[in-house]
Design a protein around this ligand. Sequence first.
Ligand code: AMP
Length: 190
Amino acid sequence: MNVVIFGPPGAGKGTQSKFIVNKFNLYQLSTGDLLRNEIKNKTELGLKIASIMNSGELVSDDIVGSLIEKFISNENYKQKIIFDGYPRTLMQAKNLDNLLKKQKQKIDVVLKLSVSLETVKKRILERQTQEQRTDDNEEIAIKRYKTYEKSSEPVLEYYKKSNLLKVINGELSITEINTEISGLIEAIKG
Ligand code: AMP
């Protein structure tokens, strides 16, 4: 089972991914976490992307593409990945399909968490006190939400066409969303 979890910043993608990882024995691939790691370790890539991430813009498709390729080609994770924060552009969605096809894998479901900008702002301010992410402040949160709105539409259309898209009300409580996601995944697993 390969799952894509999709939604604006603060939608609960990370929280729900961790729940799915534990319940269904999957591995979480968060491009945001991988990128933050590069910055933390002050790698050449980290130095290049820090200002982009801190301004709420997207890192280039090529950079994130090469990060996920390493993960997908690892036999241990075969058909057991939850993609958290990837793809974010149509180009990335197509790239993901190609990479998976090469490894004889596919996406089984795309879970979209829908939340309003008001909720995003509230959640990001809460998270700021817990995680101290440098891109978690109101101004950048709004920028990230707008970036999401701009790039997400073609990705959602792409998955709608392939009948993979399931939309979930991300305004519900964490446990209500857990239950809904579990039901959807169980149904797909059959
Ligand atoms: P996230 O942790 O998913 O909210 O991502 C934090 C930041 O990392 C984003 O605002 C982007 O700057 C960058 N990022 C994460 N995933 C991607 C992606 N798939 N494509 C481009 N940029 C990304």
